[in-house]
Design a protein around this ligand. Structure first.
Ligand code: GRF
Length: 200
């Protein structure tokens, strides 16, 4: 049974997709060991608690400096003894020590087809604003391993989504979530849980 720690910052729709996929067996042989957010007000924490899953906040605001926060985030994550860490809308840079502690054991969902519209400053709606500004006809989402960079790790899965006439960033974000993110993130977890993905 793969033990999964999920790190979140916002609404938690990707977390919800993972929980639903475990319930309906789209994800086999995995369980969520706990959820951690940097944001005490993240609705994702409520989603976890509603399912009886341990959910806690580790916020930079609770620490005197980033180094102490990074140390606490790694310690709290390690307490869950996870086999896999999933960044599901997590907006904080992963400490290098965490990447070293979990080589090819941290995955992230990014709301574009990497290498487009990714890297520093590309998160949430900003990604879709950039895609619309560039005029791409196809966008999508990517699941990738997390390394020391930002959105630079080895790509695991991608799924394309058509941009439609009249799309706003909000409309496009929702379509990318529904048609791509909520499908490929659970799929990647299932592949890892069942030995269908080479971790390296
Ligand atoms: C989504 O756009 C996702 O692609 C990005 O974070 C945003 C919020 O996701 N990674 P969620 O609803 O909190 O899962």
């Amino acid at each position: 049974m793969l033990k999964v720690a999920v790190l979140v910052s916002g609404g938690g729709t990707n977390l919800q997709a993972i929980m639903d996929a475990i319930d309906n067996k789209t994800i086999r042989n995995a369980e969520i060991a706990g959820v951690i957010s940097n944001n005490a007000g993240a609705y994702a924490l409520e989603r976890a608690r509603a399912k009886g899953i341990e959910a806690r906040c580790v916020s930079p605001k609770q620490y005197d400096n980033r180094e102490l926060f990074n140390k606490a985030l790694l310690e709290e994550t390690q307490k869950l003894n996870p086999d896999l860490i999933v960044l599901a809308g997590f907006l904080v840079a992963i400490p290098p020590a965490m990447v070293e502690a979990f080589p090819y054991r941290i995955i992230n969902i990014h709301p574009s087809l990497i290498p487009s519209f990714c890297g520093k400053g590309f998160y949430g709606l900003k990604v879709h604003e950039a895609a619309l500004a560039r005029g791409v006809k196809v966008t999508g989402a990517t699941v990738h391993f997390v390394d020391e960079g930002t959105d630079t790790g080895k790509i695991i899965l991608q799924k394309p989504v058509m941009v439609e006439e009249g799309d706003t960033p909000e409309i496009l974000q929702r379509r990318v979530m529904e048609q791509a993110e909520w499908i490929i993130l659970p799929k990647a977890i299932d592949m890892i849980a069942n030995g269908e993905l080479k971790l390296g």
